[in-house]
Design a protein around this ligand. Sequence first.
Ligand SMILES: [Fe+2]
Length: 266
Amino acid sequence: MKIQDLGEIHGDMLLFGGVYSNLHALDAFLDVANMNNIAPQNIICSGDVVAYCADARACCDKMRSLKSPVLAGNCEIQLAANALDCGCGYDEGSECSLLSRGWYAHATDQVSTENKSWMGGLPDRILFIHNTKKYVVIHGGALDVSRFIWPVTSDDVIIREIELLAEQVGPIDHVIAGHSGIPMQRIVKGVQWTNSGAIGMPSHNGKPQTHYALLGKNGIEIKELEYNFTAASIAMEQVGLVQGYHETLKTGYWPSEDTLPSEMHL
Ligand SMILES: [Fe+2]
């Protein structure tokens, strides 16, 4: 397991993930960072730079040139290994599994050898201290990078995840996670679990705005990202990615509810 320890970080931070090859969202997010004078070393990505949308290569190139800390998501791990699918953990034959064949092939074609090499070197955990509290950034779960921790996941499951993380990296106060694409915040046995949501895809709530997290003096706040989702959707159409996620960008609803726990179906 590759662990990147950033030591103590001062000042406001942006925590985000799930760029999902959405260059329009990434540009808008970086505009937020600029407007708030947040430097690249105070911005941490929890993985999945590449996935559903049109601009896999440009998003990788931009993240590499930014030099912010980036965690390996399942998409980076699979692409670096020249795997045949995204390894997202959805059941074979599910709607999402079928849809992934379209965008994963597009992403595989787009990303450069240099991008794959960069992905292969990304860490599995990022540690930092902020305002005397210790944070660990993970992608999905403690043992499985593709584990989904949802807002409806039980406290017992989250407690076990936190215990495993403590065995891996020592005691922690906060967990920053990604992968599910749904923002959540919960405190379990004194440890705060935060999923920032994704900037590259809305959270199946009927709104096209996406999500990131701001860590400031008053703790972590989930924020909505306003960006040009119409242009991002058109960019997908122009490269033939018309299997459903291009509509999700505009409607705010995922093409497949079978990927969500039944309690979260609308
Ligand atoms: Fe993921």
